[in-house]
Design a protein around this ligand. Structure first.
Ligand code: AHR
Length: 499
């Protein structure tokens, strides 16, 4: 099979924000305790953070980390996580039916972020708390000195403010599972009031209002319209969350998940622009896709503890094995984000270590990369400059979930004498030869061509075989007479960098 790509450098979509390569760390399962933090591990540093995990997060090119939830945040008192460790309360984590020791809180997490070189995106509890507690946390985090809360931070060991720029105004407030779930009208008013109050303290903040917790929610669309009608002038971003899984063996639909993500983003953008028009606003709302990934969510209920006497500490939850097909889908979801770079300017793969994660950390043992690690790390490394529009002319196939979709999916970025092409072949049986006329890009050399594929799309790295799947150089990528030709194996993700 063959496909032809046409790239148009004359009309860039928009700059690719480095914040597209964010991640999410929640107090859930073994994400924090036994994930990033394992005192006593041979590779743990003086603060108990695993050096091998830090190295992998750095290698992955993670730029921003959303913390500490997720559903967890809606029952969290931020004060529990600061101050002398031996005086911190032990609480119930109601979202994930477990015990929270508060050993890791704001100070420790900020210190970990300095080690990994990423920015903090802090989520507020607007489920069981409100504007006043949000202001307290903001004062504690960002006011340099002179108030009781700022002085408390200094006494707790942090003289310089944390200076957190990005704040999430709650989490998934439309979800029936969320502590403090509320109707859109109530949430929109709360988000607007909290945002206004926060800006009175620190005008330069970047604030994210909760959008729907998925495009499948019954209130999707109307939720965004209502929330933004109240909060449009006060926030900078509306959030999107989406998780995909292969259901009932329907690999064809699963491989087309980015089609759904494209539609999701375009619907949210259309809704935000409708509110903009109605309000006659000069401001354009951005999208923070602050939870996205492949997640076998349907398996979660069976893994959760139940009962008033059973609140495990850091239980094993959603430690997805991640196959090559999962990695290909993660690669294509990143391509969807890049294609919408003009409006999606922040995103977080959910999550980072152990829980729904590209990085596995064995207790007392090694840390290693799952299949999804590779497209993320490579896209973060190569997708620079601006996103370019790309047309794909090639075969399609029929899916049960999304109808007819193209077999080849593509995204292109370009930056000062270099470009990167990201390509997916969704065919389960056929190779596809992709050709691209490079004249418009004025580039002619393949610097690097890497492919994630395997004869078995369900192959995965495991504790025993940690290097079973990964990126291999694609030897079938070459420029001939100004045209790039690259062959994509079935169920594969490929990155080609050009100079
Ligand atoms: O990432 C896991 C969970 O998924 C988060 O806590 C929640 O926000 C979403 O439903």
């Amino acid at each position: 099979l063959r496909a032809r790509l046409t790239v148009d450098p004359g009309r860039p979509v928009g700059p690719v924000s480095r914040r597209l390569f964010g991640a999410f760390v929640e107090h859930m399962g073994r994400g924090v305790y036994g994930g990033i933090h394992e005192p006593g591990h041979p590779q743990a540093d003086e603060e108990g953070f695993r050096g091998d995990v830090i190295d992998l997060v750095r290698e992955m090119g993670v730029t921003t980390v959303r913390y500490p939830g997720g559903n967890f945040v809606s029952g969290f008192r931020w004060e529990d996580g600061v101050g002398p460790r031996d005086q911190r309360p032990v609480r119930l984590n109601l979202a994930w039916h477990s015990t929270e020791t508060n050993e890791v809180g704001l100070h420790e997490f900020a210190s970990w972020l300095e080690k990994v070189g990423a920015e903090l995106m802090l989520a507020l509890n607007l489920g069981t708390r409100g504007t006043l507690e949000a202001l307290d946390l903001l004062e504690y985090a960002n006011v340099p000195a002179g108030t009781t809360l700022a002085q408390q931070r200094v006494r707790n060991g942090r003289v310089q403010p944390f200076d957190v720029r990005m704040w999430c105004l709650g989490n998934e407030m439309d979800g029936p599972w969320q502590l403090g779930q509320m109707p859109a009208d109530d949430y929109g008013k709360l988000a607007a009031r909290t945002a206004k109050a926060m800006r009175q303290l620190d005008p330069g903040l970047e604030l994210v209002a909760c959008g729907s917790s998925s495009a499948a929610m019954p209130t999707f669309g109307e939720w965004e319209r209502t929330v933004l009608t109240h909060a449009y002038d006060d926030v900078d971003f509306i959030s999107c969350h989406a998780y995909y899984e292969e259901k009932d063996g329907d690999l064809g639909s699963f491989l087309a998940s980015a089609t759904d993500m494209d539609r999701f983003i375009e619907s949210v953008v259309a809704t935000a622009d409708h509110v903009k028009a109605v309000r006659g606003s000069g401001k354009t709302m951005q999208v923070s896709f602050d939870e996205w990934n492949v997640w076998y969510l349907s398996r979660v209920p069976a893994d959760l503890a139940t009962g008033i006497d059973d609140w495990p500490l850091a239980p094993v939850l959603s430690e997805e094995p991640y196959t090559v097909a999962d990695g290909v889908v993660v690669g294509s979801l990143l391509m969807s984000l890049i294609r919408h770079a003009d409006r999606v300017t922040s995103a977080s793969i959910a999550q980072l270590v152990n829980v729904i994660a590209p990085i596995a950390a064995e207790p007392g043992g090694p840390a290693w990369r799952k299949s999804t690690f590779f497209p993320f790390a490579t896209t973060s490394r190569l997708a620079r400059g601006v996103a370019l529009p790309v047309r794909v002319d090639g075969p399609g196939y029929d899916t049960a979930r999304y109808g007819e979709v193209p077999l080849v999916d593509a995204a292109v970025t370009a930056d000062d004498g270099a470009a990167a092409l990201f390509l997916v072949n969704r065919s389960q049986t056929e190779e596809v030869e992709v050709s691209v006329d490079l004249a418009p890009l004025a580039l002619g050399t393949v610097a690097e061509a890497l492919t994630l594929s395997d004869p078995d799309p369900h192959a995965a790295n495991t504790t025993d075989r940690q290097d079973c799947v990964g990126l291999r150089p694609n030897a079938r990528a070459a420029v001939v007479d100004g045209t790039l030709r690259v062959t994509l194996p079935p169920v594969s993700w490929t990155a080609v960098s050009l100079c």
